[in-house]
Design a binder for this molecule. Sequence first.
Ligand SMILES: NC(=O)c1ccc[n+]([C@@H]2O[C@H](COP(=O)([O-])OP(=O)(O)OC[C@H]3O[C@@H](n4cnc5c(N)ncnc54)[C@H](O)[C@@H]3O)[C@@H](O)[C@H]2O)c1
Ligand SMILES: [Zn+2]
Length: 419
Amino acid sequence: MTILGRSSSTLYSAGTDMDIRNRHSTAALKYNDHRSEFCVHSQLTSHQRIVVDQDGSFLADTFAQFQREGDCLVIADQRVCELRPDILARLPANVPLLSFPFSERTKTVETVELVLDFACNTGLPRRGMFVAFGGGSCTDVVGLAASLYRRGAPHIKIPTTLMGMVDAGIATKNGVNFHGLKNRLGTFLPPELSIVTPDLLATLPSRHISNGLAECIKLGVIAHPELFSLLTGIAAKNGIEEFRAGTNRTLGIIKESILKMLESLTGNLYEEGSLQRSVDFGHTLSPLLESELGDAILHGEAVALDMAFHTILATNLHLLSAHDGARILKLIRDLGLPVCHRVIDRGFVYSAYQSATSHRGGALNLPMPQGIGNCKFLTDFSALDETAIQTTIDQLRSCQNDTSKLAFNVTAAPLANDA
Ligand SMILES: NC(=O)c1ccc[n+]([C@@H]2O[C@H](COP(=O)([O-])OP(=O)(O)OC[C@H]3O[C@@H](n4cnc5c(N)ncnc54)[C@H](O)[C@@H]3O)[C@@H](O)[C@H]2O)c1
Ligand SMILES: [Zn+2]
């Protein structure tokens, strides 16, 4: 199933429903090719719409429609307000607007309280609409506030980062960091509407474009060879700039990534169904990397390091050919993401595996790339060949100090602050 090019009308055409059912959730995903609109119907939400707003007109019209005072409020990322006054200018003057410097550091209970204060002070009614306009930090906080307000108010997510467009801004999860732990508090409540306006990426710094691309690479590697090819295509040129400029190829990458992400979400709404989730590729070492490195690393960078590690491990375990391994590592590096970090040693890998095992129902359930567009799960880490893990670490280390030593001849792109 794809929405790429000509196949869109034959394989996944307007009006085609896909029912995804498992023990824990029943959901239907529908894509309207003509309007670039995805719809998810599920027991979590009667109707979740995701509109890919190719020319920005849907966003402008939606803003212009927020007219009646008290029916909705907009909570926006301060930086985006500064950079895109043209968009905020479309908001009717009587719509309450809270501009706030959202970031990983301000993704806290205190910020949720601030948003709720704003809702109370502006008299938002019981079914009033929260509108989040920002990156994942903003949409996670506002989604959580909405889910708490009067036992659950509707909300709209308008992601302004690539990470938001392909992941956080279309997700069913909301959350904040608590007691130094990422996303320790949160709820499942999907937005009624997500508006994905690629034009908003024009001002996004390169590092944050790369950050979002890590999630697209993940989907390409484990589930979608055509997406992988599209990414390879932009990586060969100046891919990051192409994203900022917005082309048909980058639009295709965004749509395909949303489709794959929604397919995985709708099949497992509460993440209680299958504990073997292919979208966990890149998400086994990354939580520990993020907690050890804190602000020094972005989520997508941690995902990239994890994907690079498991790509090399997969070749050492003969699950993946050296050729495909090299293609994946080259793509990660070419899209501005790191492939190695000194913090990853054997102890680190084993503690990350232990923590993943307890999180995934007592089995490691580690997705490993098996060719491009396919994956296989490793369930028991005690059965994993220690030599292969150590060899992988050594290859990563030599990659950091002397790129020519790496079997795949991949030039490392270490983090800027990596000593
Ligand atoms: N709910 C989920 O399922 C889910 C999924 C993925 C990520 N997340 C969460 O998302 C958060 C990260 O989100 P993010 O990567 O979008 O970063 P972010 O929201 O923290 O934003 C990063 C920076 O980019 C700035 N910014 C945002 N949009 C911009 C634009 N268009 N132009 C210029 N600057 C802009 C922001 O001001 C901020 O400084 C993490 O907390 C992560 O846990 C949640
Ligand atoms: Zn992720």
